[in-house]
Write a protein that binds this ligand. Structure first.
Ligand code: PMT
Length: 401
């Protein structure tokens, strides 16, 4: 989101101002051009020289700065900016923003702005919880300002509470996500993805599962979040959650069915990347099963699990439904059959007998089958690159609907 973008970074006066130097550096590492505006109070915590050295641009601290090239620096800075960040944002600058006051360089840039503004409040917990601050934050949200919530933790005053500035990399990741939620191709859409192999108990210590790692489903969830969707990932895998994605942990196929059907009515896109066990143990034992004394073999009765994709296919109204097919032979015949039988809109077929394809790998190669469209082969690539390609195809189908 920030490569080649012009960013005005406003630093207001709080102890956390030192983190904003690291934040400026991170923005520049992303390829952004950064110009800094400081309030007078901020200069008590960090000197403008620090930011000048980092950004290679003069820092604006004064509305009527004689050294500034522009007579009306606040307006030209606001015009120049693709995005404006306020990091850290004190209660004072939030109040000025909410009231539309422009009595110094920082607040005047904010008053003249016409591009997205992202603020990261940081202050004492009592100042943060003060009704006036909460009222101001509500006003700013209604005005379309993006707020990065402060974190809980030890404050400069020596006691814990909400008000700590999140770490610069977290601010960057959350800002990126929230901007995409305003401008991405899937902005305003709800996407639910399932990932990982289901876990069917045999007894309290044993279970039936498969080789799915969850990587493909997680990559799809990340790709959907990158396009601005509100994403829920229903997963049995314990991989770290992609930024901004809501996790719903599940184990068995029946857990997964419940989690998917509960959300399906309120979903725009549902993607079944999970490897669901077709069968489960009819009656899992309550206690750990013991070896037979006579060394006889063991037979476990299995019963069929519900077919989740087919169930969603039957319930489908406006949702765009995507299934996968993991095959070791006759890939396209089986995949076409699944597309039709399960009433999906898209089937992503992977031949898991091939090297580097499917279960557990970091790469995958698939063929996309869609109704009334030609087959499309997506070559072997990382699961994330592939997920981005798949999500672009999905976005083309649901965008604007
Ligand atoms: O998790 P990774 O290690 O990254 O591996 C990725 C993957 C190989 C698991 C993934 O790319 C994949 O192919 N997922 C689907 C695996 C699978 O169960 O395929 P299937 O052909 O058996 O099932 C067809 C479709 O029906 C799938 O969308 C599956 O989620 C769904 N299904 C299957 C059985 C069942 N009882 N209910 C279902 O909903």
């Amino acid at each position: 989101m920030f490569t080649d973008k012009n960013i005005v970074l406003i630093v207001s006066g709080g102890v956390a101002a030192y983190k904003s130097a690291i934040f400026a550096r991170l923005l520049m590492k992303q390829g952004a051009n950064v110009k800094v505006v400081m309030t007078q109070a901020a200069t008590e915590f960090v000197t403008p020289k620090t930011f000048e050295a980092l950004t290679q641009h003069p820092v604006v601290t004064d509305l009527f700065d004689a050294h500034n090239e522009s007579m009306i620096a606040h307006v030209s800075l606001a015009d120049w900016a693709d995005y404006i960040f306020v990091v850290p944002a004190t209660a004072n600058i939030l109040a000025k923003m909410a009231a539309g006051i422009g009595d110094d360089a920082a607040s005047s840039v904010l008053l003249a702005r016409h591009t997205p503004v992202i603020v990261a409040p940081a202050m004492n917990v009592n100042m943060y919880e003060n009704p006036a601050t909460q009222r101001n934050l509500k006003t700013l949200r209604e005005d379309g300002v993006i707020i990065i919530e402060p974190a809980e933790g030890m404050l400069a005053e020596g006691y814990a509470g909400k008000g700590r500035l999140p770490e610069p990399d977290e601010i960057l990741a959350l800002a990126d996500l929230k901007l995409r939620q305003q401008t991405g191709r899937l902005a305003g859409k709800k996407v639910v993805v399932s990932a990982g192999g289901t876990v069917e108990p045999i007894d309290p210590v044993r279970f039936i599962t498969n080789r799915s790692s969850g990587k493909m489903g997680y990559a799809l969830a990340q790709a959907a979040a990158e396009q601005g969707a509100d994403v829920t990932l229903v997963s049995s895998s314990e991989l770290p959650a992609p930024v901004g994605v809501t996790m719903v942990p599940v184990q068995s196929a029946r857990d997964l069915l419940a989690a998917m059907t509960e959300r399906f009515d309120d979903t725009d896109v549902a993607i079944m990347a999970a490897a669901v066990s077709d069968y489960r143990v009819a009656t899992p034992a309550d206690q750990k099963m013991k070896k037979n004394a006579d060394h006889a073999g063991l037979t476990i009765d299995l019963v069929e699990n519900p077919d989740i994709l087919a169930t969603l296919g039957q319930q489908k109204t406006t949702q765009y439904l995507v299934g996968f097919a993991a095959e070791t032979q006759d890939l396209l015949t089986y995949a076409q059959n699944k597309l039709e039988k399960k009433n999906a809109d898209m089937l992503v077929a992977n031949d898991v007998s091939k090297a580097q394809v499917g279960f557990g790998h970091d790469t995958n190669e698939v063929t996309l089958l869609q109704r009334n469209a030609a087959l499309e082969k997506l070559p072997l690539q990382s699961k994330l690159a592939l997920a981005r390609d798949i999500m672009n195809r999905i976005a083309s189908q649901v965008e604007g609907k």
